[in-house]
Write a protein that binds this ligand. Structure first.
Ligand code: PMP
Ligand code: GLN
Length: 390
């Protein structure tokens, strides 16, 4: 028997909460409002473009930077939505999902001992990669219900050793959309420390109530200091495709590309062709995506309120977070999510899974990127369960 094999960083880590909760949901026939994936088919023309490219197109290794067609489309998308002038040949890299983009950016930039500022709640892949790279995490903790921060919190987290800031807006799981003022404050500290930012903007087209998505890269002095990450999974409701893209200044991209070349090297060319097609869709597609998702948010938020959760406003993303204390639950969010899945037949994600520094364990995250019938079924199950419990 081999004993104690594996890097403890990974071997001693639990399996990601999304996999755990999806498995539990399957075992119990629960409506899965845990892991964030839409239940519709995605845009028919994008699917057709992939099918055409698969049967008629090129199926060998594309360039490690991505196909010219998709890199051009990503550059054009940056210009069209954010007024960014991007050189597709030197400033765009295609990756196998945002997950790989995050790993390539963090591994490419962090030197052992560098400090990395992370805003929590934080997506679960960030911290293991920061640690793998030898980075020293420094946290800015945002707490419900307002998820706000100010100068003082940044003063405590930044130092002259800050090398990277990891920022996620719109933020999973809080649904927070960072304002221009908040971004400018972060930019001020970045200038002071010489740091660069890795900006996880996978939900860039999912902001609600007319709120704009503002990339940090568009704020004064930030163009050369940010790596901006997008995901076709979120923008085209095709999360299984795992096509991501990074945009950034050539000096930063060189290191990121070197990490990427030994992570995946490249991404299926047929999917790249379809995503290039998708990024060129009319504005109505992008506004329709957000409007449709906002209606789903409203539907699920109302249902959660009706059964007694303390529902927070989701400004963007696929997710709404809810305080479970008004329901009279005395345990933590993990035990609540287990109970909800096994007894009420609805799966959700405990928000504590997104905290590493200052624990928050009385909130749960529900995913609303589902069809009306499924959301209504979840609402009916919750009502039945909590009516019975009352
Ligand atoms: N970042 C955030 C904030 C996410 O919620 C997700 C989950 N989908 C990802 C990155 C990963 O995206 P992808 O599926 O493109 O790897
Ligand atoms: N991003 C998805 C979520 O937050 C999960 C992706 C995954 O399962 N790794 O639900």
């Amino acid at each position: 028997m081999v004993d104690k094999v594996g890097n403890p960083l990974f071997s001693e880590m639990p399996t990601t909460v999304f996999e755990v909760m999806s498995q539990l949901a399957n075992q119990h026939g629960a409506v899965n409002l845990g892991q964030g994936f839409p239940d519709d088919r995605g845009p028919a023309d994008v699917l057709q473009a992939a099918a055409d490219a698969l049967t008629e197109g090129y199926n060998q290794y594309p360039s490690m930077w991505g196909t010219p067609q998709l890199r051009q489309a990503v550059a054009a998308h940056n210009g069209r939505f954010y007024g960014l002038d991007v050189d597709w040949q030197r400033e765009v890299l295609v990756t196998s999902g945002a997950t790989e983009a995050l790993a390539a950016c963090l591994l490419g930039l962090i030197r052992p001992g560098d400090e990395v500022v992370l805003f929590e709640p934080l997506y679960d892949s960030y911290l293991p990669i920061v640690k793998l790279a030898g980075g020293v995490p420094r946290f800015v903790s945002l707490a419900p219900p307002h998820w706000s921060f100010g100068r003082e919190e940044l003063e405590q987290a930044f130092s002259p050793r800050t090398r990277v800031v990891m920022l996620n807006t719109p933020q999973n799981p809080s649904g927070k959309v960072f304002t221009s003022d908040e971004l400018d404050l972060i930019a001020e500290f970045m200038r002071g420390s010489g740091a660069v930012a890795v900006c996880d903007e996978v939900y860039e087209h999912l902001t609600f109530d007319g709120r704009p998505h503002v990339p940090l890269m568009t704020r004064p002095g930030m163009r050369g200091r940010c790596l901006r990450i997008g995901s076709a999974g979120k923008t085209f409701s095709l999360t299984g495709w795992k096509v991501g893209y990074v945009t950034g200044a050539p000096e930063l991209m060189q290191s990121v590309a070197k990490a990427h070349q030994f992570l995946t090297f490249t991404t299926p060319p047929n999917l790249q062709a379809a995503v290039a097609h998708g990024l060129g869709k009319d504005d109505s597609y992008f506004t329709g995506l957000a409007a449709g998702m906002q209606a789903k948010r409203d539907r699920l938020s109302a249902a959660l309120k009706a059964v007694g959760f303390g529902v927070l406003e989701a400004q963007g993303t696929y997710f709404v977070t809810a305080d479970l204390r008004p329901l009279g639950w005395e345990g933590d969010d993990v035990s609540f999510c287990r109970m909800l899945t096994t007894e009420a037949g609805v799966a959700a994600i405990p928000v504590s899974a997104f905290f590493a520094h200052k624990p928050v364990d009385r909130y749960v995250r529900f995913c609303f990127c589902k069809g009306e019938a499924l959301l209504d079924e979840a609402a009916a199950r919750l009502k039945r369960h909590f009516d019975r419990a009352a």
